[in-house]
Design a protein around this ligand. Structure first.
Ligand SMILES: Cc1cc2nc3c(=O)[nH]c(=O)nc-3n(C[C@H](O)[C@H](O)[C@H](O)COP(=O)(O)O)c2cc1C
Length: 143
């Protein structure tokens, strides 16, 4: 899919996701899009945690809420940054901006590959100690 079409088609999908697993090759392409995002001072300070284990996703869903997304999404990528990182002498740090750039890259990559997705953040801040943004992808091709 061409970039501008992916930008146009990307949207937050909060319904039920297809239960077919996302192939590893697609997971790698999506994660690579996140890794290739720009970051301040090229700090690359976002950590990506890829979860495609059904049982683990079910445990996460039990914490995050019984929404269709968490009940059904076959893949979750948690993007984790330090909340208040120490800036090296004479520099600034941009953990949230860097994380957001990575997330958007991944959302567009997922869309280009035909997946639905959701950027999920708000309630995570209240429920977990880390400062995450999480994204759920699923094989809902051709919506
Ligand atoms: C920083 C950020 C946090 C978000 N957190 C949530 C969330 O916790 N739950 C949710 O359903 N959507 C969340 N969203 C998705 C937005 O609600 C959504 O992008 C917005 O309503 C526009 O809709 P669209 O994505 O379909 O264009 C978040 C988006 C961003 C950028």
């Amino acid at each position: 899919m061409e970039l501008f079409e992916a930008i146009e088609r990307r949207h937050s999908y909060r319904g039920a996701y297809h239960d077919s697993p996302v192939p590893e090759s697609d997971i790698r392409r999506i994660a690579q899009a996140g890794i290739q995002a720009p970051s301040g001072y090229n700090s690359q300070d976002t950590t990506f945690v890829i979860v495609d284990d059904r049982d683990l996703i079910a445990k996460i869903a039990a914490i995050l809420g019984n929404t269709p997304v968490f009940r059904t999404a076959p893949l979750l990528i948690a993007c984790i940054v330090e909340k208040e990182p120490q800036a090296p002498e004479g520099r600034m740090v941009f953990p949230i901006e860097n994380c957001a750039a990575a997330v958007e890259n991944m959302l567009l990559a997922a869309t280009a590959l035909g997946y639905a997705s959701l950027w999920y953040d708000g309630s995570l801040r209240r429920k977990v100690a880390i400062r995450p943004s999480a994204n759920c992808w699923a094989s809902k091709r051709g919506w």
